[in-house]
Design a protein around this ligand. Sequence first.
Ligand code: NAI
Ligand code: MG
Length: 358
Amino acid sequence: MTKNIAILPGDGIGREVTAEAVKLIQVVAASRGETWNLEEGLIGGSALDATGSPLPEETVRLCRAADAVLLGAVGGPKWDHLPGDKRPEAGLLGIRKALEVYANLRPIRTWPGLLLASPLKPELVEGVDFIIVRELTGGLYFGQPKARLDGGEAVVDTLHYTRAEIRRVVKVAFELAKGRQGRLTSVDKANVLESSRVWREVVEEVASEYPGVLVEHLLVDNAAMQIITRPKTFDVIVTENMFGDILSDEAAVITGSIGMLPSASLGEAGPGLYEPVHGSAPDIAGQGLANPLATFLSVALMMRHSLHLPEAADAIEQAVHGVIERGVRTRDLARSGEAFVKTADVSAMVCEDVKRRL
Ligand code: NAI
Ligand code: MG
């Protein structure tokens, strides 16, 4: 059995971490005696430079035909002067929309060896393990109209959802909760927003299909506090696009480094999109300093959710756990004065370990 995986390196450290992830994916393929088809596509600033578009049609075709897509990161100062629809980030929004990957899963967990990397007290963050499910293709970021009005003196953005759009992402969250600790927190702003009142109604409807899942509703401003004050009590959190964007960056602080945070974006059918949460990190690009582990953990999610190879997912997660426990640190994880290793070094260690495990 071969697998078709589209690799979109993008810009900056996106290129460095995906190059290492390709080696990791090949370790998994080789362990099964298979050769997988890994094909690179252009996205972001490098696509702009090469073709004039941040998301060439060919890239969309490549991704649609793949079993899964791995994306690095896009953007950088070189393209910051461009208008919104011409920027590298337009490629990112474009590919998420083109693949209709409406459920963005962001696991937030702490690593026993990294508790001190978090600015929060170790006893507060020890054992944190929850998933944020962010709606990704609707809500405030996509609703129309979205425009400047009255010659620029007024402006409108629109939070638009259909019940069907809410229901499908809420179902993903219930399914996850069912397979975990059976607790779901739905986050909204139902005291103010009509869209949130409907969101809550849909959550309650879907809840009747999942009697084993305990549902809690939190207003988003309160949720922002609770995530920091009682992070251990969450299991699965589901929320609107912008709320999820903000809360997941906030939650990232619990884990210590953005270099450890993976994500998976899933749709109904078609390939899942897997990417580290971090950006292209122009400040360290080209120096071999990037932490590839967020991308490796994204590959683990790909193995689990798109390629149906849970044992490969477990092996990668255990290998990452292993290097952290052995005290291996990339620069983002090292405390000041502490020794650190380079991107390729930690990558080689994880690849070796995964090879042994599979
Ligand atoms: P960033 O995530 O690229 O970097 C923030 C800080 O974290 C920097 O100090 C960086 O060195 C560090 N960092 C990030 N990932 C790291 C890793 N794997 N290993 C070690 N250190 C890491 O966010 P920033 O600086 O706000 O944005 C830089 C560019 O990336 C911008 O053009 C932005 O638009 C773009 N961006 C792209 C995203 C994507 O492609 N998904 C997401 C966020 C930003
Ligand atoms: Mg964000």
